[in-house]
Ligand binder design. Structure first.
Ligand code: PLP
Length: 283
């Protein structure tokens, strides 16, 4: 496997960054994960738009303009001979002596890696559906920025896994679901309306969320952006999660409650097919 580190393509195992990198000291950096299908980057414009916004919000300089960045992403796909997989991209504020305030001198660091995914295994997981476990959302006030500061997400995912669930659904002080630890959260009501929380500082603006919304609305499916409680989710006809890694994956259990008849929902599976069709056409 080949990685990219600050201007060089290097063997993944040999790739190194400084121990003075601010991502290492302070999690002072942002990232993106984009899916690759049939050798092509999925929802690339959305990911690059969000990356630029994350950088702006944190006042981290872009290490390069969008066109060369796109070139490097495609080059990472090409050099890894990636057909189906994921590209990971991380930009930190750079390397500097440890001091909380922004360094005057340092320029940003850019790291990129790629790895293959087993599409058949993903498909099987979607067909079965996954369990989620709810827990309090203990993250900060800017969850709309895709930073590498993911400790609350890590702890939530681990707690879910130890309880036999695939994903954690995070719940705010009002009892509303914000999102998953690494996915956006959705439910389908009795009338077949598809519901997901509206964008704010409380959730990451998922690129899969946006892309699925466009595809679903084009197909005449009603999407409602509003908050929902854990109780409403448990009583919903269907539930599902979205992300660049999971695409659209049905949820069949929330805590102890089976969702619908306990099998992957037909609306979720239809949306998954719609989404995959949409991205295969548009990449
Ligand atoms: N919410 C969180 C907290 C995430 O970390 C992610 C992706 O990693 C998502 C939502 C889904 O976003 P996307 O569809 O852009 O992958």
């Amino acid at each position: 496997r080949i990685a990219y580190v600050n201007g060089r393509y290097v063997a993944h195992d040999q790739a190194r960054v400084s121990i003075d990198d601010r991502a290492f000291h302070f999690a002072d950096g942002v990232y993106e994960v984009a899916a690759v299908l049939d050798g092509r980057l999925v929802d690339l414009d959305g990911h690059l738009d969000r990356l630029e916004r994350s950088l702006r919000e944190l006042r981290i300089a872009a290490p390069m303009a969008r066109r060369p960045l796109t070139f490097v992403m495609r080059e990472i796909v090409r050099r890894n001979r990636l057909r189906d997989g994921l590209v990971y991209l991380q930009i930190s504020r750079g390397v500097a002596r440890r001091d909380h305030a922004f360094p005057a001198q340092a320029g940003p660091s850019l790291v990129m890696t790629a790895r293959p995914v087993n599409l058949a295994a993903l498909e099987a997981k979607a067909g079965q559906g996954v369990a989620v476990m709810t827990m309090p959302d203990i993250r900060w006030g800017r969850c709309d920025i895709k930073t590498v500061a993911l400790l609350p997400n890590v702890l939530a995912k681990q707690a879910a896994r130890e309880a036999g669930a695939y994903e954690a659904w995070l719940v705010d002080a009002q009892g509303h679901v914000t999102e998953g630890s690494s996915t956006n959260a959705w439910i389908v009501d009795a009338e077949g309306r598809v519901i997901t929380r509206s964008l704010s500082n409380a959730i990451l603006p998922g690129i899969t969320r946006a892309s699925l919304m466009a595809a679903a609305r084009a197909a005449g499916i009603t999407i409602v952006e509003r908050s929902f409680t854990v109780a409403e989710a448990k009583a919903a006809r269907e539930a599902f999660i979205t992300s660049a890694t999971a695409f659209v994956t049905p949820v069949v259990r929330i805590d102890e409650a089976a969702i619908g008849n306990g099998a992957a929902g037909s609306v979720a599976l239809t949306l998954r097919a719609l989404y995959l069709d949409h991205i295969r056409r548009s990449v």
